[in-house]
Design a protein around this ligand. Structure first.
Ligand SMILES: Cc1ncc(COP(=O)(O)O)c(C=O)c1O
Length: 400
């Protein structure tokens, strides 16, 4: 059997289990109401990370366009050869001021930021203690590091303590956690984790991709929410901060200087396009303005509206305050059927099942945005009720 035959077989197994990923093609701009190929009517989008609705904000688009005209399309270089323009430096300074870090280093994605962090900081004597539910980019970054590795249960400071004791106190140790666990919509309890890490002399690294711009009073992330200052923050420009591309690491100047000299995705990959850096700067202007305050308030209201109405309609939603709301269904095929039916009803959501989430914990992940209207949210709740009612009565008709 050739490799191609094996791939064919694996793909068809996935298809039979309802686990094959298909891309739906959007033929409009990103937003809360989008058009998708093969469907005449628009659908309401509940699966973008467009938390503040900035993906097509006129000021973000205008800033990116002006940078295209002024700074050009691309740099054809990595940062340290001839790929650094003033807009990159301005964005790094701005992110440092926003997050209260000494310095910040940009990458073309947060996946790269996480991929280039641990390997360059830690050696065989050192230790990494990683939260069990961390994002794939952290898991891969941890794999690349040539150090001792440990995991802990993300919500349990006692388990973190256990892992740190196992790691020993001679080595340099990093504790790394997502600020928000993206399949659960839950926040890492930084207020309980940070003291445990500090007491053992470990540095705390937080990936705030699902928090930067909107969690915490000023949108500075989970650190602000819990009143904790992580030693290192990684995050993305690809979600709330305009939703294009880009990632970064913020921390002490000496650490960032070292990353500029040793982090492989930074040294060996192209520089972020200037238009994207300029768009992110405009997104930060909005985040830090009165409009940002309003957008965060609206996002909070939308999240509460959806969570409350879904519970009242009898759905199981994970507890929490975050705009990621997993609607728990259990069965993978049920989640897939439900998502398909919701799309027919004009609500675009995605079902997640094993191996992305544990077996028998399939779910539909709904993501709210400040740009959703109350009517769109109510329509989604109603559509969930209709789809669940139809699928349940179908099942009872077909069961013996
Ligand atoms: C927690 C977390 N970290 C990192 C990433 C990767 O971010 P980027 O799209 O910038 O590579 C994601 C994206 O899904 C994420 O959820």
């Amino acid at each position: 059997m050739t490799l191609y035959d094996k791939l064919e077989r694996k793909l068809s197994e996935r298809a039979q289990a309802g686990l094959l990923k298909r891309e739906r093609v959007i033929v409009s701009r990103q937003g809360t109401e989008i058009r998708i190929e093969g469907r005449a009517e628009p659908v309401v989008n509940f699966c973008a990370n467009n938390y503040l609705g900035l993906a097509n904000h006129p000021r973000v688009v205008a800033a990116a366009r002006a940078a295209l005209d002024g700074a050009g399309y691309g740099l054809s270089s990595v940062r340290f050869i001839c790929g650094t323009q003033s807009v990159h430096k301005r964005l790094e300074e701005r992110l440092s001021a926003f997050l209260g870090t000494e310095d910040t280093i940009l990458y073309t994605s947060c996946f790269d930021a996480n991929g280039g962090l641990f390997e360059s900081l830690l050696g065989p004597e050192d230790a990494l203690v990683s939260a069990r539910l961390n994002h794939a980019s952290i898991i891969d970054g941890v794999r690349l590091a040539r150090c001792r590795r440990f995991t802990y249960v993300e919500s349990d400071p006692a388990d973190l303590e256990r892992a740190l004791v196992e790691a020993g106190d001679k080595a340099d140790t990093l504790v790394v956690t997502d600020g928000v666990f993206s399949m659960e919509g839950t926040l890492a309890p930084l207020d309980r984790i940070a003291p445990v890490a500090a007491a053992r002399g470990a540095l705390l690294v937080v990936d705030d991709s699902h928090a930067t711009g909107f969690v915490g009073e000023h949108g500075r992330g989970t650190g602000e929410y819990f009143g904790v200052k992580p030693d290192v923050v990684t995050s993305t420009l690809g979600k709330a901060l305009g939703g294009a591309c880009g990632g970064f690491v913020g921390g002490k100047k000496v650490l960032v200087d070292w990353l500029r000299n040793s982090s492989r995705p930074y040294l060996f990959s192209n520089s972020l396009a200037p238009s994207l850096a300029a768009g992110a700067l405009a997104a930060l202007d909005i985040v830090e303005s009165g409009e940002g305050v309003q957008l965060r308030a609206r996002l909070g209201e939308n999240t509460r509206r959806f969570r409350t109405a879904m519970r009242q309609s009898g759905f199981e939603v994970r507890d929490g305050v975050h705009p990621i709301v997993p609607v728990m269904l259990g069965d993978a095929l049920l989640a897939a059927r439900m998502a398909d039916r919701l799309l027919e009803l004009g609500v675009y959501v995605i079902g997640f099942s094993y191996p992305v989430v544990p077996k028998d914990q399939a779910r539909i992940r709904v993501q709210l945005s400040a740009a959703h209207t109350p009517e769109q949210i109510d329509r989604a709740v109603e559509a969930f009720g209709i789809a669940a009612g139809e699928i349940t009565s179908d099942r009872s008709r077909t069961s013996p």
